[in-house]
Design a binder for this molecule. Structure first.
Ligand code: HEC
Ligand code: HEC
Length: 241
């Protein structure tokens, strides 16, 4: 009886010690758990290996969010998500044949609606989820590069615009809808991750629909520099407010 009582007191004491940590909004992992982000997002590194698994994906993987994103973007997005994939996470699930071209059915936005405080904490936690094998420090912001050449590869020989939307000038958005928009990639993504992903999309997602291509390293660097200059135009920022 006495032992049981001691245990009870000890348990209560340890709960009391732990309580401030649990209730503290600054614990991003708890915020993610309480908001059931894992109900839609893969948080633990289980890559979709079969077509059935790909088709049943509700949302993009987040287990390497710290390699992929800029923290500032995450903090903002988790409070008020915007559309990134015009035809949803798995475009096959949201397109139906139309009279002339395929029609997109309105795909869902991310369901995250965190308070500012929770978003700051969740973003900090997501930034700790990194792939240790990704080379870092390779993308150098502000490097001079042959923009006209990069543009030519993106729109012609590489046909990247067949699947990705970009700003072709003054907020004029053009491109395919089956993949994430890139017109704000420089505000959203980490340059080292962009380089790693475009060189070998299947390293990150074995069933990614983006084709792997053998191009010289200098071309991938060029494309990364180009993609990282893609930022929301002033018109777009105004329209959001
Ligand atoms: C009901 C399902 C659902 C829930 C719950 C949900 N999301 Fe999402 N999330 C989505 C979808 C769908 C997208 C893709 C939207 C798009 O591309 O336009 C998305 C996109 C994202 C992205 C961008 C990913 C990328 O690779 O582009 C992040 C980051 C994110 N969600 C974080 C969260 C966090 C953190 C939570 C919990 C607080 C959460 N989401 C809860 C459905 C969900
Ligand atoms: C056949 C369609 C297709 C083509 C062509 C294509 N991509 Fe992709 N790309 C994708 C898909 C699909 C994804 C990832 C989907 C996801 O995360 O939901 C992707 C992802 C990306 C991403 C990461 C974007 C993000 O926010 O997650 C970048 C950057 C990218 N592609 C650049 C390129 C470049 C550069 C080229 C040309 C060399 C290219 N893509 C050609 C389909 C394509």
């Amino acid at each position: 009886m006495k032992i049981a009582k001691t245990y009870l007191l000890m348990t209560l004491f340890s709960l009391w010690l732990a309580a401030p940590h649990i209730s503290m909004a600054a614990d991003g992992k708890t915020v993610i758990e309480q908001n059931r982000c894992a109900g839609c997002h893969e948080m633990n590194g289980g890559k979709a290996g079969t077509i059935a698994e790909v088709l049943s994906k509700k949302a993009p993987d987040l287990f390497y969010a710290g390699s992929k994103f800029q923290e500032k973007f995450l903090t903002k997005f988790l409070q008020r998500p915007n559309r990134i994939r015009p035809a949803g996470t798995v475009f096959l699930n949201y397109t139906a044949p139309g009279p002339e071209i395929d029609q997109i059915q309105e795909p869902p936005l991310c369901a995250s609606r965190l308070s500012r405080e929770d978003a700051v904490a969740a973003a900090q936690y997501l930034m700790t989820l990194k792939d240790p094998d990704m080379p870092t420090g390779i993308y150098k912001p502000g490097t001079e590069f042959a923009k006209a050449n990069a543009k030519m590869i993106f729109h012609k020989s590489g046909a990247c615009n067949a699947c990705h939307q970009v700003d072709v000038g003054n907020g004029d958005i053009k491109g395919g809808v089956s993949a994430p928009t890139l017109y704000d990639a420089g505000d959203r993504l980490n340059g080292d991750w962009v380089l790693s992903y475009i060189k070998d999309p299947q390293h990150w997602d074995p069933k990614a629909w983006m084709p792997k291509r053998e191009l010289p390293d200098s071309t991938w660097q060029l494309l990364t520099n180009f993609i990282m200059t893609m930022k929301k135009s002033e018109e777009m920022k105004k329209a959001e407010k």
